[in-house]
Design a binder for this molecule. Structure first.
Ligand SMILES: [Zn+2]
Length: 270
C-alpha cells in the first residue's frame, strides 16, 4: 500500500504517535524498545515506533497489533521479558488494516494459535493475499461496540472509520494510581496522502472521518494510547492519565483533516 508524505505535518509533529503521516518504513519501526507496564494488567510490548499493547489475564494474553513481520520476534521477546509466554497469546486484535500494524498477523497466528478478531470493514483487507496484505484468516468478525473478553478483562471495539474503513478504537477500564480509568487505544486519525475529494474507492471518507471525530469526542478518555511510538515508561503510572491530551489529539486531527479537505477542494485532484 503506497502512501506519501502529505500536508498533515502540523498534526504529525504535534501528535507524532497518532499519525501514519510518515509513509515509508521508518527505521524506528523495527527498533527494539524495552517493554513496560502501563497500568494494571496492560503492558507496552511494541518497538520504538510501532505500538503493541498486551493485556495479561489468568486465561491468557490479548495482543493488539502484529506490526511488520520483522517485528514479530521483537514482540515475542518483549512479552517474554515481562515474564509471559508468547504461546499464551489467545486473541490477536489490530488497530487497522495497514501493513505497519497487521503484516505480521498470519505469522503470529501460526506461532501462537491465537484467534484473530477484526472489525467487519477491515476483514477483506486482512484476508487478502495481495502484496503487502497479511492473508490471515479472521476467526471472529467484529462490529461496532462488540466486546472481546478473556480472563476477566474486557475490551470494547469502537468503529472509528476514515483512516481505514474498519479503523478500530479499543476501550478498556483499568485501575491506574488507585482509581478506575478509561483507557482508549485510538485508531490512527490522519489522512496521509488520501484523496478526500472525489474518492471513488471510498466515497464516504470525509463523512466517516467527521463521524469518527464526533464519536471519539463523546467517549470517556482518561488514558489515551496511540498506534505509533513516542512511548516512554513514565516514573509513575499516573503520568498516563491525561484527558487533556486525549481531547487535544482528537481536536488537532480534526483540524488537520478539515485543512487538508479545504486544500484539496480548492485544487481537486484530476
Ligand atoms: Zn494506518
Amino acid at each position: 500500500m503506497k502512501r506519501i508524505r502529505v500536508g498533515v505535518a502540523a498534526a504529525a509533529t504535534l501528535l507524532g504517535a497518532v499519525t501514519d503521516a510518515v509513509a515509508q518504513n521508518s527505521p524506528d519501526w523495527t527498533e527494539p524498545f524495552p517493554p513496560f507496564r502501563i497500568a494494571g494488567n496492560l503492558y507496552y510490548v511494541g518497538s520504538k515506533g510501532l505500538a503493541n499493547y498486551l493485556i495479561a489475564t489468568p486465561q491468557g494474553l490479548i495482543l493488539i497489533n502484529s506490526d511488520l513481520e520483522a517485528n514479530v520476534p521483537l514482540i515475542k521477546a518483549s512479552i517474554e521479558q515481562l515474564g509471559f509466554k508468547f504461546s499464551d497469546v489467545k486473541i490477536l486484535l489490530i488497530s487497522h488494516a495497514h501493513w505497519d500494524h497487521d503484516a505480521g498477523s498470519a505469522k503470529i497466528k501460526a506461532l501462537t494459535g491465537a484467534r484473530y478478531m477484526v472489525m467487519d470493514a477491515d476483514v477483506p483487507d486482512e484476508e487478502s493475499t495481495a502484496r503487502g496484505r497479511p492473508g490471515a484468516h479472521v476467526d471472529r468478525v467484529l462490529h461496532d461496540r462488540d466486546t472481546v473478553e478473556l480472563g476477566g478483562s474486557k475490551l470494547t471495539a469502537r468503529l472509528t472509520p476514515g483512516h481505514t474503513k474498519g479503523c478500530t478504537t479499543w476501550r478498556m477500564r483499568t485501575r491506574v494510581a488507585g482509581a478506575e480509568r478509561d483507557v482508549v487505544m485510538l485508531c490512527s486519525l490522519a489522512a496521509p496522502g488520501y484523496r478526500l475529494v472525489n474518492n471513488t474507492a471510498y466515497p464516504d471518507i470525509v463523512a466517516d472521518y467527521r463521524r469518527s471525530f464526533e464519536r471519539l469526542a463523546a467517549i470517556p478518555c482518561d488514558v489515551p494510547l496511540t498506534s505509533h511510538g513516542s512511548h516512554r515508561p513514565p516514573s509513575e503510572p499516573a503520568a498516563f492519565v491525561d484527558p487533556e491530551r486525549c481531547r487535544a489529539i482528537i481536536a488537532s486531527s480534526r483540524e488537520a483533516l478539515e485543512a487538508e479537505l479545504a486544500r484539496q477542494s480548492a485544487a481537486p485532484a484530476r
